[in-house]
Write a protein that binds this ligand. Structure first.
Ligand SMILES: [Zn+2]
Length: 593
């Protein structure tokens, strides 16, 4: 029997490994858990069941298999996730793609070919002599040229066009890939990148999506320092971070991401052995970009560029990072204008500078206060004006108080005065903090119902007693079928081990199998490492709550019936119902003790 590609991919891929590429998973019993990447939380609700290939978040109720995880996290359509995972699993997909997907694939292939064309031109063409000379002067090693697929675009109007057309791509496709420009007059296209050092831009999966072309000396006065690929069907600039594909593993190992400004800074850093680095390319990060980086670590170390344009872009990135609750530190360089220069002169001082990064707020204090004479009242006001708005934006109350105190001490003003000032201006400017998705709220009965079943499945020895104490109709309707299955299965398999019991239960559960896996995950999350005794007492209190809820429901129904009987003038039935109501109320009081 041949299984579908989807099944084959699921079988071949280890869910823990795939998810582990995005977030840090920790073992929890036979499962793994993590802080949920889909909602904001402080304690882990996100559980992964490797054996059954499913994941679930008990905070926001998202869950599914390896495909839904990648779709959700990457913001991909199913077909795209399928393609990505098929590649990872080495599974061949039959080609039955919708046309848009085909077009994207064509553009990706066209861009990959272009990257290799530029790269080969740099390595081999006599025309590229000046470019090679430049690389030599910047002391970029051959390994780095290779690893980052650095290239050279020939000084011609149709260099890339000819090369790519020769490989079967139309001028229109080359234009759509962002490699050519439409002529203003008449028909036709010409190369976008001419006589430039080419930096290949790849997405987080290493797929080529665009290029940055740097001007080469001697450059004409009016030449832009950089020309970049435009936004395209395959290049969403707000979602791609340069260098991330080469940095992912190192970021997770180091526990933080270094942000530098330029391609050269990034490549120099790699060459110096510091690999957990991405480049902002001189513009402010978007929220999407920061979230992409945050998947690998919530900690940033940013290397400021001193020029005003760079500084303001950096400041916007930092503001946004703070609202994303990221920890931001600043790498300070002494005697160098950027990491590239530092590494060329003293490569060993780059890792040191990274290691001694200071908290962003401490850096802001130092930068502000060094210029001021804090005995002067005007300078005190200046210090407060510069620092209070930043302090106001800190999302953490403890941190905010810490820096308010620090400022109060520095300028010798009462902390309460500063706090009032913050409250008055209430976090001006800066992006608004987006509200986190609301925690999914199961109603209380549904939650208790699931908890009861999850205890019984994870600790089958409790089923015998439960059979007499837990009434099926206390559970939600959808859980009642599973409860019956559980009891039936237990009566035949009460001698098997816990693991065997669970496995055989799942194998005969049909459509309920997935629910069983979920409930096992739930038990692991709610009562990790609990003993059978502890689970038993937990089950008893859950039973009591369920009974209370069930009685409350009965009472509510009776009230409605009584009202109906009264208005129908049926006094005999009214009295009968009232008596029943009293009986149930008494029982309800007993249960709540
Ligand atoms: Zn969640």
């Amino acid at each position: 029997m041949t299984s579908s590609p989807v099944e084959e991919i699921k079988q071949r891929l280890d869910l823990v490994e795939v998810i582990g590429e995005y977030i840090t998973l920790r073992p929890a019993g036979k499962y793994h858990k993590a802080l949920c990447p889909f909602h904001h939380e402080k304690t882990p609700s996100f559980m992964v069941d490797r054996e059954n290939g499913i994941w679930h978040c008990f905070g926001c109720a998202k869950g599914g298999d390896v495909f839904s995880f990648v779709q959700e996290l990457e913001g991909m359509e199913f077909v795209e996730a399928l393609r990505l995972l098929a590649k990872k699993a080495n599974v061949d997909l039959p080609r039955y793609d919708p046309s848009l997907q085909n077009q994207k694939t064509r553009l990706h292939e066209c861009l990959a070919l272009a990257a290799s064309f530029y790269h080969q031109t740099l390595l081999k063409s006599t025309e590229a002599e000046a470019a090679r000379q430049y690389i030599k002067e910047r002391r970029i090693s051959d390994d780095m040229v290779e690893q980052f697929l650095i290239g050279y675009s020939p000084n011609a109007w149709d260099g890339a066009l000819k090369a790519l057309q020769g490989r079967g791509y139309s001028a229109e496709e080359i234009y759509l890939a962002g490699l050519a420009i439409q002529k203003e007059k008449g028909a036709g296209h010409y190369d976008r990148f001419r006589n430039r050092l080419m930096f290949t831009i790849r997405d987080a999966h290493g797929t080529v999506v665009g290029f940055g072309g740097r001007v080469l000396p001697p450059a004409p006065e009016d030449a832009a320092k950089y020309i970049n690929s435009p936004q395209s069907l395959v290049y969403n600039k707000s979602q791609v971070v340069y260098g991330l594909d080469q940095a992912k593993t190192a970021i997770k190992e180091a526990g933080f991401t270094i942000v530098v400004e330029g391609y050269m800074d990034l490549i120099a850093s790699h060459q110096a052995g510091v690999k957990n680095v991405v480049a902002s390319s001189g513009t402010a990060f978007t929220q999407d970009q920061l979230r992409l980086i945050k998947r690998y670590s919530p900690n940033l170390r940013i290397c400021f560029d001193e020029d005003p344009a760079g500084a303001s872009a950096t400041r916007r990135s930092i503001d946004l990072a703070l609202t994303e609750a990221m920890d931001v530190r600043v790498i300070r360089l002494s005697n160098a204008k950027d990491p590239d220069e530092l590494i060329r002169t003293k490569p060993e001082s780059w890792p040191q500078a990274v290691a001694s990064a200071v908290r962003f707020m401490d850096d802001a204090f130092d930068r502000t206060l060094v210029k001021l004479d804090l005995k002067q009242v005007d300078d005190k006001k200046r210090a407060a004006a510069a620092l209070l708005p930043i302090i106001a934006r800190l999302p953490d109350g403890v941190e905010q108080t810490h820096y308010l105190q620090k400022l109060a001490e520095a300028i010798r003003v009462d902390e309460q005065v500063l706090r009032r000032q913050i409250n008055r201006s209430a976090a001006p400017a800066g992006p608004a903090v987006e509200s986190t998705p609301a925690e999914a709220k199961l109603d209380r009965r549904a939650r208790l119902s699931e908890q009861a079943l999850s205890i019984l499945i994870s600790c089958p020895e409790l089923i015998r007693e439960a059979a007499s104490k837990l009434a099926a109709d206390w559970l939600t309707e959808s859980d009642q079928a599973l409860y019956k299955l559980l009891r039936d299965h237990y009566s035949e398999n009460h001698d098997s081990s816990e693991a065997n019991f669970q496995a055989s239960l799942r194998s005969m559960a049909g459509p309920l199998a997935e629910k069983i896996s979920l409930l096992l995950l739930l038990a692991e999350r709610e009562w990790p490492e609990a003993s059978a005794d502890e689970l038993h007492s937990e089950l008893r209190s859950i039973n009591r709550y369920l009974e209370q809820l069930s009685l409350d429901q009965t009472l509510a129904n009776l009230k409605a019936d009584i009202r109906a009987a009264e208005s129908a003038g049926d006094s005999a039935r009214t009295n009968q119902l009232i008596n029943h109501f009293h009986e149930v109320s008494k029982k309800r009081q007993l249960v709540s003790r």
